[in-house]
Every structure is written in structure tokens, then in C-alpha cells.
Write a protein that binds this ligand. Structure first.
Ligand SMILES: [Zn+2]
Length: 272
């Protein structure tokens, strides 16, 4: 089997990433899906540079503009369906009908729903907390490809941090993140923002000032991750994807033992 897994971020807006995932053949022909197209132009430019890459679907994690601002443009150009939470797709249907005279093809996904496309499976995981409706996506390639799965985490979980709570309670976000923590260590975390360096600076400050909030972290792993992120960012490379195992040792929101610790940590971060 010559088919290989494909996973790559597309930087857009200030610090967002849209993620391309799928499979590529030895001749470079690739079938891909795109997660969180916050802006159309950078996606268009990447696809024009790679005429052998073919989009077969668009996935949205949640309704914020920096995650779906380019969705209608990309879906219209590539003639592909949209998948995501109900509220996000509802907004896109209305916008699409107004702008293009025709609503895009939308499929609302529920927790646990699995789709097979682009040579892989995509499973929706409901993770309310940042907003009431937020889906993460677990991407799995066939076992023969021996590829680590990828977790498209939107604004629920970042490297070294987590999303802000705009709807609901920190406890709700804690329970969503707990579900992600149960995934295996080799899963590759693919968040929607390049916040890692600032998040790790916050982590190191808390390790000094609030050791109780960061008790489960591995200080050597934090230092190692800080150095790695510095080196990557110095040459303009993304700090992600990163193995979930590394995050479990370096991200205090992921390692928080209970609701109370998580809630306090989120509060300290919000006012910092
Ligand atoms: Zn958001």
C-alpha cells in the first residue's frame, strides 16, 4: 500500500491554524479534509500551489469567526460539504443562502459520530465549555499506515493551555478536557492557535508562584518543551502538533486533578 497519512497546518489570520488531514499517494495525489478555515485566501493560495491536492470536506469546531470565516468561500470553490456543530452550520446556511443564493451542503455532527473519508476516519467528540457547542475531531488512519491519530482540538485545548470559557462554566470545560485526557499519549494535538510560547511562560510563572495549581507537572518536561518551542518559533515553524503525552506532563489545564484546581487555574489565567 503506497498511501501515506497527511497532516499539516495552514497559518491564517493573526495566530490561527486551519488543519489539512488526509492521505497522499506516491505520485503526490492527495485526498484531504480541512478543519476550521477561518479565512479563505490562505487556503486558496495553498490549494493553488498544490494542484494534486483535492479537498473532500470541511469541518468546523465551533461558530467563532476565526474558525469558519472562510468556510463558505472554500466550500463553494471546492464543491465540498460542511460538517460541524448545529449552531455553526445554521449560521453558515443562512449566510450562504444570502450571499450565494444557495445554502451550502451541511451535515450536523453529534458526539461519537464517525465518518470515513479521505482514507481515514473522523470521529466527533463533543467538548462544551469554550462555547456550549464545540466539537473536537479525532482523526485515525488505517492501522497499516502505523500513524499516530490526530486530535483537532479547536479552542478547547491548546498546547500549554486551554480555551476561555465564554458559555457555561469552567467545570463544564474541565469535564470536556478530561475526556481528551483519556486519549492515548501518542495522539497528536492539533490546536487552532499558536499560543504555545505565551502559555508556557504562564505555566512557568505559576510553577513559581502557585505550585499547588501545577503540582502534577513534570518540571524537566516543561523546560524541555520551552526550549523546543523556542527553537521551532525562531525558524518560523509551528510549535504543533505535539504528542498528548508531552501535554499531560506540561499543560496544567490537562493535568489538573479536579474541578476546583482547574477553575482556579482558569481564573488566574483570565486575570493575568
Ligand atoms: Zn473560539
Amino acid at each position: 500500500m503506497g498511501l501515506k497519512p497527511f497532516l499539516q497546518p495552514i497559518p491564517l489570520l493573526n495566530d490561527n491554524y486551519a488543519w489539512l488531514a488526509g492521505t497522499v499517494q506516491p505520485d503526490g495525489q492527495a485526498e484531504l479534509v480541512l478543519f476550521d478555515p477561518g479565512e479563505g485566501a490562505p487556503v486558496d493560495s495553498v490549494m493553488r500551489q498544490h494542484p494534486k491536492w483535492h479537498l473532500v470536506g470541511l469541518f468546523i469546531t465551533h461558530r467563532h469567526g476565526d474558525h469558519m470565516g472562510g468556510a463558505l468561500q472554500v466550500a463553494d470553490q471546492a464543491h465540498v460539504p460542511l460538517y460541524g456543530p448545529e449552531d455553526a452550520l445554521g449560521l453558515l446556511e443562512v449566510k450562504g443562502a444570502k450571499a450565494q443564493g444557495q445554502a451550502p451542503l451541511c451535515h450536523v455532527l453529534e458526539d461519537g459520530q464517525k465518518l470515513s473519508l479521505a482514507g481515514m476516519t473522523v470521529e466527533a467528540i463533543s467538548t462544551p465549555g469554550h462555547l456550549n457547542q464545540h466539537l473536537c475531531y479525532l482523526v485515525r488512519w488505517p492501522a497499516a499506515m502505523k500513524a499516530a491519530p490526530a486530535l483537532i482540538s479547536g479552542d478547547t485545548l491548546f498546547s500549554g493551555g486551554c480555551g476561555r470559557v465564554f458559555e457555561g462554566t469552567p467545570a463544564r470545560l474541565f469535564h470536556s478536557i478530561k475526556r481528551l485526557k483519556a486519549l492515548p499519549d501518542d495522539v497528536l494535538l492539533c490546536p487552532a492557535h499558536e499560543y504555545t510560547a505565551a502559555n508556557l511562560a504562564f505555566v512557568q510563572r505559576q510553577m513559581a508562584s502557585h505550585p499547588g495549581l501545577t503540582a502534577n507537572l513534570d518540571s524537566r518536561a516543561v523546560v524541555k518543551r520551552v526550549d523546543q518551542v523556542k527553537a521551532l518559533r525562531a525558524v518560523g515553524q509551528p510549535s504543533v502538533p505535539v504528542a498528548l503525552g508531552v501535554e499531560k506532563a506540561t499543560n496544567p489545564f490537562l493535568s489538573a486533578p479536579d474541578e476546583a484546581t482547574f477553575t482556579q487555574l482558569r481564573h488566574v489565567k483570565d486575570i493575568s
